[in-house]
Design a protein around this ligand. Sequence first.
Ligand SMILES: Nc1ncnc2c1ncn2[C@@H]1O[C@H](COP(=O)(O)OP(=O)(O)OP(=O)(O)O)[C@@H](O)[C@H]1O
Ligand SMILES: [Mg+2]
Length: 481
Amino acid sequence: MNPRSIGFQLTAWYAGVSAVVFVLLGGFMYLGMKHHLEKNLRETQSKRAGVIAETLVARVAQLGEPLVIQEIRESYAPELNSRFIRVTRPDGTVLYVCGVPADLSFDPAKVPPPAAVVARAYARVESPPDSESLLIVTGPVPTATGTFRIEVGASLGPLQAVLREWLVTFTLAFPLLLAVAAGGGWFLARRALEPVRKIIHGAEQISSHNLGERLPVPRTGDELERLSTALNQMIARLDEALSHNRRFMADASHELRTPLTILRGELETMLQQTDGAPELQDRLGSVLEEVERLAKIVEHLFALSRLDAGEAQAESVQFDLGQLVASTAEQMSLLAEDKRVTLNCLAPRAVSVEGDRARLKQVVVNLLDNAIKYTPQGGSVTLSVVAAPHVGKALLEVTDTGIGIPAGALPHVFERFFRVDKARSRELGGAGIGLSIVKAICTAHGGQVEAASEEGRGTRFRVLLPLADKSDETKDTHNAG
Ligand SMILES: Nc1ncnc2c1ncn2[C@@H]1O[C@H](COP(=O)(O)OP(=O)(O)OP(=O)(O)O)[C@@H](O)[C@H]1O
Ligand SMILES: [Mg+2]
């Protein structure tokens, strides 16, 4: 769990507040209970002391001391009931003191003599050492022969046991209560953040290809609703800006195609008509070359704009990729021959894929064009198509023994207008669009393309496309070079 996340902080806050509340509540309950139990005990002792004082001690002159002692013993049986009773004469000598109780909870002999309490009220004296604490109520009893003193008490042991038991229960229950509170807090935080998670998930799914989609808007009437509405408005603005851009590129490249075709035609005618003027022919030839280069770039831009508009897969037919690669290699073999590059094509009989044949042919053409272009004389280019039914993919590889791509440039080769060596690429007629077209077509067909290269030794482009069905893997070699 990330300690900086909102969920964690809310849970921690909730658990912290709950812990403080539990501890305070527990403390108050403990003190309240202690107070209540002691008060009860004190009242009981007070009442008992009052009764003994009024009915027996106050009438000591009439009844006589032995009778008073006998009455106390018989009526209250302090030893059996673990009670402390002591009556002191006005001169400080003890008239009566109870014996050691049956449960041996305290020793009456060790209870200190009564304090000189003058008040009528009964006061409280406590705890002789090394025995259970006693709660003793003491008070004066005025008689005809002087002021006697009575003390009645009981052990605090049972009361303390109750409090101790309560404390143990609370201590055991505390972590449980805390865990329940923290769990509840975590659950609530998760539920509260669920709409945020949905917005994040939605935003992550949106790319330049599906700007038409919108984020879910939770109808909560709060900041979250405003956030998703604001994000949706932003996506709409982006969508509009991007479509505007695409339309512009499509229109511009489309408009440029016709004048370029006318220009090329005119130049070719002029070239044929300049018989006998070699210098002019040379110049016209190089102008024609540049116009052709321009036409190719415009053609690529037009293709890119249509791919951006989602036309990467205009038709969807099932066909043999191996056969498509073999025929394309055949058509481009002249190009390889011109450069004295050997062209090999290893294709199995049938690797069935589904998609737009013309677009996938464009993939092969662009990769093959690069391989031939960036491989010096005497090198070789190998095309291979195999099926990998265990992963459900058709695998097309274009391997060359050319100049290779530096490791630093490799991650960028699929970017638009990226060329490793601008000067050299320009010389070879490249604008840096071929591979971005390859990538867009592969992605639109649910496939992918990757490149591996070693500078100075060669490059391998690998295209993976979903197999249309289980293909025959028997290999057959077509040699196109
Ligand atoms: N087989 C290869 N060997 C070496 N470098 C390559 C190879 N394929 C591509 N590259 C490098 O990647 C760059 C981008 O390739 P890409 O096909 O996109 O553009 P291009 O070939 O320069 O121009 P375009 O294809 O638009 O005519 C190239 O400029 C080149 O530097
Ligand atoms: Mg290229």
